[in-house]
Design a protein around this ligand. Structure first.
Ligand SMILES: [Fe+2]
Length: 233
C-alpha cells in the first residue's frame, strides 16, 4: 500500500494523462487531463473511491483541451496547481521552483523545465518518477517553435533533468511511438537531443524539424487559458 500511479493515453493527441496519489488516504492528483476523456477519469475515481485533491497542468497545452473545468465542476474542492509563470486566467495555486507538496504521504516536487513553453514544469513524484510534460520525451524533446518556445531554455532544461539520479523513471507528456516510460540513465545514453555536443548543434537539429502547427492550436490555447470548456453550471 502506498503509491497510486496510472498512465492513461489519449489516442487522438497522443497525450499521456497521469493519476497519482496515496492509497492510504485515497487522495489523488490528475496531471494533464484531456476533456474528451472526462468520463474515463470520473469512472476511475468512482470505482476506486478516490478523492480528487489536485488538478495539475504541466503547461498551457496547444494540442488538446484540458478537462480542468469539467473536473472542477464535479470536485469543487479540488485545487489547480500551475507554474508561477502560467498566464491562465482562472483560479489556481502557483507552484515555484523545487517547491514540494504532498498528497497523503506521497511527495511531489515541482521543477521548472521551460523551453517548449515558458511555463513548463516537471513533477517529481515520490522522489523517483518524473512527469516531464512536453520537455523531455523518450529519446527526444518537445518542440520549441510556437507559444514562445526557446531552444536554449529547452537545452538547459534537458541537462537539468539528467542531474537527477539515474534510476528516476521518466514519464513524458507524449510519445508518438507507443513507448511509456524510460529512465534518466537510458535518456543520458540514447536521447538524441542530449547527445548534441553544443547548443548550436542542438538548435540546428530542432530548427530542421519543420513540423506543421498542432491541429487544434487555434481552439486549444484560448480554451486552456480559461481552464478548457466552460463549466456546465
Ligand atoms: Fe505542449
Amino acid at each position: 500500500m502506498g503509491l497510486i500511479f496510472r498512465q492513461l493515453t489519449d489516442k487522438v493527441s497522443n497525450t499521456y494523462t497521469y493519476i497519482f496519489g496515496d492509497s492510504n488516504t485515497n487522495e489523488i492528483a490528475i496531471v494533464d487531463s484531456v476533456h474528451e476523456n472526462t468520463d474515463e477519469y470520473l469512472s476511475l475515481i468512482k470505482k476506486n473511491n478516490w478523492q480528487l485533491k489536485y488538478l495539475i497542468e504541466t503547461h498551457l497545452h496547444a494540442d488538446h483541451i484540458t478537462a480542468v473545468n469539467q473536473l472542477k465542476n464535479h470536485f469543487v474542492n479540488s485545487v489547480v496547481l500551475l507554474s508561477a509563470k502560467s498566464e491562465v486566467q482562472y483560479k489556481h495555486q502557483k507552484v515555484t521552483e523545487r517547491e514540494t507538496l504532498h498528497i497523503g504521504n506521497i511527495s511531489m516536487q515541482f521543477i521548472e523545465t521551460p523551453g517548449h513553453t515558458p511555463d513548463c514544469i516537471s513533477i517529481l513524484v515520490d522522489s523517483n518518477r518524473l512527469l516531464t510534460g512536453d520537455c523531455m520525451f523518450i529519446g527526444s524533446c518537445g518542440r520549441t517553435d510556437f507559444q514562445s518556445g526557446n531552444n536554449k531554455d529547452m537545452y538547459e532544461s534537458l541537462k537539468k533533468i539528467i542531474t537527477l539520479p539515474n534510476d528516476v523513471l521518466i514519464y513524458p507528456g507524449h510519445d508518438y511511438k507507443s513507448r511509456f516510460v524510460s529512465t534518466v540513465q537510458e535518456e543520458k545514453i540514447t536521447n538524441k537531443q542530449l547527445l548534441h555536443k553544443s547548443l548550436n548543434e542542438f538548435e540546428n537539429d530542432l530548427n530542421s524539424w519543420n513540423l506543421p502547427p498542432p491541429k487544434k492550436i487555434k481552439e486549444s490555447v484560448p480554451a486552456n487559458l480559461l481552464g478548457g470548456l466552460m463549466p456546465i453550471s
